[in-house]
Design a protein around this ligand. Structure first.
Ligand code: IMP
Ligand code: MG
Length: 177
């Protein structure tokens, strides 16, 4: 059964589109070589798709790959391990890679992916749509951030709760039932 709860808008479509254009221009300023976008599934698929188009408008010719990671969030597992469910298929050595995720929270997911790609010889920059400050468990900051996000659970624009709400064109907060 799909969830029928209301979602209030936190970041609307226009604000996200404007920010995507700005991020793409910042990436272009760095004059990346052999640019590869690596989107971490599933949450970043919509952001990555829009950012790809914004990068095109900024004059770049990025390629794209996907990496599906899963983090163990069980309270009994303090190490916060990350598992690879799907790996990238292209070579990354000597390429400028921009790693895309939806939310930077503990930082474990993106730190894991960054280390993995760097160990394979990529020059890795990181880009997160949202950043929740004060939640970091590992020392990592994103090179590009869309918006600072309050410490609330958000959905939409690719992000879900129980597999729902990924289709929303904005980022929102699920209202209490
Ligand atoms: P971390 O930085 O390794 O803790 O991972 C952050 C990941 O947790 C994100 O990529 C999301 O998949 C998930 N996440 C964290 N906060 C939220 C939220 O508010 N809504 C939806 N997913 C979230
Ligand atoms: Mg995620």
């Amino acid at each position: 059964m799909p969830l029928q709860r209301r979602v209030s808008v936190l970041f609307d479509e226009q604000s996200i589109a404007k920010r995507n254009t700005e991020i793409a221009q910042s990436i272009a300023t760095r004059q990346p070589k052999d640019l590869l976008i690596v989107a971490i599934l599933k949450g970043s698929f919509m952001f990555a798709a829009d950012l790809m188009r914004a990068l095109h408008h900024a004059g770049l010719t990025p390629q794209v790959e996907f990496m599906h990671l899963s983090s163990y969030r069980d309270a009994t597992v303090s190490s916060g391990q990350v598992a690879i469910l799907k790996d990238v298929e292209s070579y990354v050595r000597d390429r400028d890679v921009v790693l895309i995720d939806d939310i930077l929270e503990s930082g474990r997911t993106i730190a894991f992916a960054k280390d993995l790609l760097a160990a394979r010889g990529a020059r890795v920059l990181t880009c997160c749509l949202l950043e929740k400050p004060g939640k970091r468990a590992v020392s990592i900051e994103a090179d590009f951030v869309g918006f600072e996000c309050p410490d609330v659970f958000v959905v939409g624009y690719g992000m879900d709760v129980a597999h729902c709400f990924r289709e929303l064109p904005f980022v929102g907060v699920v209202e209490k039932a």
